[in-house]
Design a protein around this ligand. Structure first.
Ligand code: GKR
Ligand code: MG
Length: 425
């Protein structure tokens, strides 16, 4: 029998809107960020007129799956996130949406399904929170912390896109540039820890950048993430040389076996968002000791509740938990904050690309103050859609001509010989 009042809780309409927002030329092992980053904004509406929000990747293949999945939610009770996952599994059976940037490992149907489920789950939890007058973190078991610390996410970068104007951050192509960027981020946002995206220059240059950060801002812990650009021998050497200077070393080399070999001798913990990105990777990673820190990311772990399950498993196996980020807007930031608020063991400040995005689709983005975001207690996610901004960024998506993230292809427009750096040094 249907619970009393359930009909007004029925999902009536689901809208998926791709958007593009300006993104600086941030360099990584896969290439360089294109002038616009893509996201998909999900709106789930109920019969009674509530709207829940979700945000996820905007690449064409993923967008195609979201659009295919959306009608399957119609008629579902807004609280029934399990029912949603079952419906989407049936709808998308065997479908796969590989990404072109190659920073998150090989694709598979189950990974693709987890990525599609996630924004709909977030939107349904936003609805459930509005409906019950509770913040999303309360629906995840309640907040265990009041503020979520984030790290300043530093990137080597050009001062402008080819043919474009300066973006205001300046170039960062050597240790001095990275230190200047760190100081600017710390001044603006009060961050108390630093993450450097590596895999761009040969390892000694990146070791020098880490040392320069340590010398300039000695009270701030630093982590380094070359996205698997190094061989085993290079990873061993860098880990040895940076003993005492890194809070953790993220994905020095590809694969769970390679990471385990590095971990066996590294003086610092290894973290990953590349070799453990799905639940079925965990048994082998635990057996081998591939990573001492796993980066949660609700966008690909299958949503907020799945990420809480991940946190529990990390806790069982004595693995630390941090949080991964891609270029994102304010709906994702809010979801990350609610997750971090309710994840009992969160061992490190989270990553966020928020400072790199000048635009947003929410009217009231959660601010980063003193390096942290205060956990909101408003119903649902606590952010509201700015309809005009959504329309503008959707128009930008249609006009910019970019339909998938392709960092390598974009770098090749200026360096035709460029190849993604996988175990390249
Ligand atoms: O934005 O270029 C970038 C980053 O590399 C981003 O893709 C992630 O943060 O996957 C990256 C990571 O390894 O942390
Ligand atoms: Mg990483």
């Amino acid at each position: 029998a249907e619970p009393a009042g359930a009909s007004r809780d029925r999902i009536d309409e689901v809208v998926v809107t791709p958007v593009a927002f300006a993104d600086p030329p941030l360099l990584n092992a896969a290439g360089v960020h294109q002038p616009y980053a893509l996201r998909s904004i999900v709106q789930v509406r109920t019969v009674s007129g509530l709207t829940g929000l979700g945000e996820t990747y905007g690449d064409a293949a993923h967008l195609g799956l979201l659009r295919r999945a959306a009608p399957a939610l119609r008629g579902l009770d807004l609280f029934d996130t399990n029912g949603m996952a079952v419906r989407l599994a049936a709808e998308l059976r065997g479908a796969e949406a590989p990404d072109a940037h190659g920073l998150t490992g090989a694709s598979s149907p189950s990974k693709s399904l987890a990525r599609v489920v996630s924004p709909f789950e977030v939107a349904m939890l936003d609805l459930a929170g509005q409906r019950t007058d509770r913040p999303v973190h309360a629906l995840l078991g309640g907040r265990v912390r009041d503020a979520i610390p984030f790290a300043a996410y530093l990137f080597y970068k050009w001062d402008r896109h080819p043919g474009g104007g300066p973006d205001g951050w300046g170039a960062a192509l050597d240790p001095d540039g990275i230190v200047a960027q760190a100081r600017a981020m710390v001044d603006r946002y009060g961050f108390r820890s630093l993450k450097l995206k590596g895999g761009v220059f040969e390892p000694d240059a990146e070791i020098a950048a880490v040392r320069a950060l340590r010398a300039a801002l000695p009270e701030l812990p630093v982590r380094l993430d070359p996205n698997a650009a190094w061989t085993l021998a290079t990873s061993h050497r860098v880990a040895r040389e940076l003993a005492g200077d890194l809070q953790y070393l993220e994905d020095p080399t590809p694969g769970r076996y390679g990471m385990a070999a590095v971990a066996a001798r590294a003086p610092m913990p290894l973290a990953t968002n590349m070799c453990v990105v799905a639940f079925d990777h965990l048994p082998e990673a635990v057996r081998l000791g591939s990573a001492q820190v796993i980066l949660a990311d609700h966008h690909y772990w299958g949503g907020l509740r799945a990420s809480i399950r991940l946190a529990a498993m990390c806790d069982v196996f004595g693995i630390g938990l941090s949080m991964h980020s891609n270029s994102h807007l304010g709906i994702s930031l809010a979801a990350m904050v609610h997750l971090a608020a309710a994840a009992p063991a969160l061992s490190y400040p989270c990553d966020t690309h928020a400072p790199w995005a000048v635009d947003d689709v929410v009217a009231n983005p959660l601010p980063i103050v003193d390096g942290s975001v205060a956990v909101p207690d408003a119903p649902g996610l606590g952010v509201t859609l700015d309809e005009a901004a959504l329309a503008r960024l959707h128009r930008q998506y249609l006009d910019c001509g970019i339909t998938r993230r392709d960092d390598a292809g974009y770098l090749r427009t200026v360096q035709p010989e460029f190849r993604k750096r996988v175990a390249a040094w």
